[in-house]
Design a protein around this ligand. Structure first.
Ligand SMILES: C[S@@+](CC[C@H](N)C(=O)[O-])C[C@H]1O[C@@H](n2cnc3c(N)ncnc32)[C@H](O)[C@@H]1O
Length: 207
C-alpha cells in the first residue's frame, strides 16, 4: 500500500525550489522561511562536529539536508518511509562519491547506527506520542548530539493542520512544555531549546 508521503514528498520538496501552484505559494507564506532557517541552523551546528563524524537524518525526505551535510565531509545516513523520497534522494547522489546511504524504512522501528549526531526536521509532528517516545529512547541510548524540530501550536501551525488534514494525513502538535515532558520521561532532562520563532521548538542536545 502506498504511504501518504509517497505522493506528498514531491510537493513538499517544491518548498525548496520548483514550480508551485497557487495553494503551494500560499502555504509557503506559513512555512518556507522557517524550513530554510532550520536547515541553516543544522549546518551551523554540524560545523562544530569533528571531521569525518557520522550523522543520521531521520525522516530525510528527498535528502536535502543529508546531501548538504555529506558535501560538508560527513558520513551520512538518511532514513525515510517514503519510497519516492528515497528514490529522489538516491538520484541526486548517484556517482557523486559522497559518503551517504539512503534507506526506505520506518524510523520508529529502525535501529539507528552508532553516530555523532541525529537530525530530525519536520518529522515529529507526523508521529503520535508513543512513536515520538520510541524515537527519543533510541536517541537517548545512542548518547549523541541531536537536533530535532517540534512544530508548536500556533495560528500558523493550525493552517498547516488544516492543509495536511485536507490532503489526507494527521499532524500532532504540542506546546513546548508538553514536548519537553516527553524528553524528561526518557531521561533526557538537559536539553536546550533554540529558535522558538521558527514556528517550531528546535531541540538541541550535547553541543
Ligand atoms: C515534512 S517532511 C520533512 C523532510 C525533511 N526532513 C526536510 O526537512 O526537508 C517529513 C518527512 O518525514 C517522513 N516520515 C514521516 N513518518 C515517518 C516514519 N514513520 N518513518 C520514516 N519517515 C517518516 C516523511 O516521509 C517525510 O519525508
Amino acid at each position: 500500500m502506498k504511504h501518504y508521503w509517497d505522493e506528498e514528498i514531491e510537493k513538499f520538496d517544491k518548498i525548496y525550489d520548483g514550480d508551485k501552484n497557487l495553494v503551494e505559494k500560499f502555504m509557503d507564506l506559513f512555512r518556507r522561511d522557517s524550513i530554510l532557517e532550520r536547515a541553516k541552523l543544522v549546518y551551523n551546528f554540524a560545523g562544530k562536529l569533528n571531521k569525518g563524524a557520522t550523522i543520521v537524518d531521520i525522516g530525510c525526505g528527498t535528502g536535502r539536508q543529508a546531501i548538504a551535510l555529506a558535501k560538508m565531509g560527513f558520513t551520512v545516513y538518511g532514513f525515510d518511509i517514503s519510497e519516492r523520497g528515497i528514490e529522489m534522494a538516491n538520484q541526486q547522489v548517484e556517482d557523486s562519491g559522497l559518503n551517504i546511504t539512503f534507506e526506505k524504512c520506518d524510523i520508529v522501528k529502525k535501529k539507528y547506527p552508532p553516530c555523532d549526531m541525529i537530525i530530525g526536521l519536520g518529522l515529529m509532528d507526523y508521529l503520535n506520542d508513543e512513536e515520538v517516545l520510541q524515537i527519543l529512547k533510541q536517541v537517548k541510548e545512542l548518547n549523541c548530539k541531536f537536533i530535532l524540530s517540534f512544530p508548536f501550536k500556533s495560528i500558523k501551525s493550525y493552517v498547516r493542520f488544516i492543509y495536511r488534514h485536507l490532503s489526507g494525513t494527521k499532524i500532532y502538535l504540542s506546546t513546548p512544555e508538553e514536548m519537553e515532558k516527553k524528553f524528561i520521561s526518557v531521561g533526557l532532562d538537559n536539553i536546550n531549546k533554540v529558535s522558538e520563532n521558527l514556528g517550531a521548538t528546535i531541540v538541541i542536545h550535547n553541543f
